[in-house]
Design a protein around this ligand. Structure first.
Ligand code: SF4
Length: 352
């Protein structure tokens, strides 16, 4: 089966601004009508042509008669954690399910973590999604629908002010789909996020990091998780192709569009990558780079035999990095009780 998604020719949600303008022209409509349609679709998230009241009634009827549709994703289920994290399961038109997470940041603010693929090909050993394999990329419309439909699943008055591409999948493997979705998320007439509030995370597809830097001004996060190629090869197979040295070189040349620090994610696996020597090596590897380091004590799922490190080990690791002058946070685990924490996304098989 192809990992390229089928993009229905007549789904309006799959059309960017230029394609909508061409469509309007096909119907003899002026360009500004396409821009109005763009705002309804991606700014307001409206899914019913009847509600688009400033568009000519006749054109709306023509579009309907000619089989144009809006939205291919439905919000299937919302689960809420005791800590306020909400995990949203979205059903796609081919019945596949992807998940997205609303993470509370305090004072009614939320960060949304979105998925970019059904499953993932990169098979990182500590990640549940990696055990699923890759079914396919998501289309731009399917990524966007996660953001638009999350509005219905967020608590009243919630403010979602940061989008992170850290859900299911390796975003840079689905480069085109992710870039096109970001264009609409950051378009002032679309969802309207500042690019400063969008972060793309990667496990280290080095050529694509360079390409992203040349294509869009967004924040970059890199999932590093080891300080030697020997360990990284074992827990992140992508390292066999793009080793640590190449990855760090790509970070050194990534353009800092907003003078913001890049994020380096480091999942701490007890006894694997969490020693004081690892911390010292990590400090050296990242020396001089504008990064903030997020330490994530591993979130268990039924599967590989990793251990979550003791709190004292985590503190020691953090201390070494801080003494070397790095900005380090230990990410509080959120949504653990609903399998919404980092590395846990993906539909579980139904219980027998
Ligand atoms: S950590 Fe990210 S890149 Fe690695 S398997 Fe999981 S989803 Fe894929």
């Amino acid at each position: 089966m192809s990992i390229r998604p089928e993009v229905p020719e007549k789904s309006l949600t799959e059309m960017g601004r230029e394609r909508l303008r061409a469509l309007a022209a096909e119907y003899g409509q002026p360009r500004y009508r396409a821009d109005q349609l763009f705002k309804w679709l991606f700014g307001r998230g409206v899914r019913d042509l009847d509600a688009m009241t400033d568009l000519p009634k006749g054109w709306r009827q023509q579009l309907r008669d000619d089989g144009y549709t809006i939205g291919r994703v439905t919000l299937d289920r919302v689960r809420e954690s005791v800590d306020g994290t909400r995990k949203l399961a979205f059903r796609l038109s081919d019945r596949a399910v992807v998940e997205s997470v609303l993470i509370p940041m305090g004072d009614g603010h939320f960060t949304q973590c979105v998925s970019s693929q059904v499953g993932c090909a990169l098979a990182c050993a500590f990640c549940y999604t990696g055990t699923l394999g890759l079914s396919r990329h998501l289309t731009p419309g399917e990524i966007l629908d996660q953001v638009l439909l999350a509005r219905d699943a967020a608590p009243p008055d919630a403010q979602v002010d940061h989008i992170v591409y850290m859900g299911m999948g390796e975003p840079l493997h689905n480069f085109e789909g992710v870039v096109e979705s970001i264009r609409r998320i950051t378009d002032p007439d679309g969802v309207g996020f500042s690019p400063k509030r969008v972060t793309v995370s990667t496990a280290g597809l080095v050529p694509m990091i360079e390409k992203l830097g040349q294509t869009l001004p967004v924040n970059l996060a890199v999932s590093l998780n080891a300080t030697t190629d020997e360990v990284r090869d074992r827990i992140m197979p992508v390292n066999k192709k793009y080793g640590i040295e190449k990855l760090i070189a790509a970070l050194r040349s990534y353009p800092q569009a907003f003078r913001r620090k890049m994020t380096v994610e480091y999942v701490l696996l007890g006894g694997v990558n969490d020693s004081d020597d690892d911390a010292r090596r990590l400090a050296r590897l990242l020396r001089g780079l504008p990064v903030r380091i997020n330490l994530l004590p591993w979130n268990p799922f039924a599967g590989p035999a990793f251990a979550r490190p003791e709190d004292a080990r985590v503190r020691s690791f953090q201390d070494i990095l801080q003494r070397a002058g790095h900005t380090v946070t230990v990410r509080t685990t959120k949504g653990l009780d609903i399998d919404a924490a980092c590395g846990q996304l993906g539909e579980r098989p139904a219980a027998a």
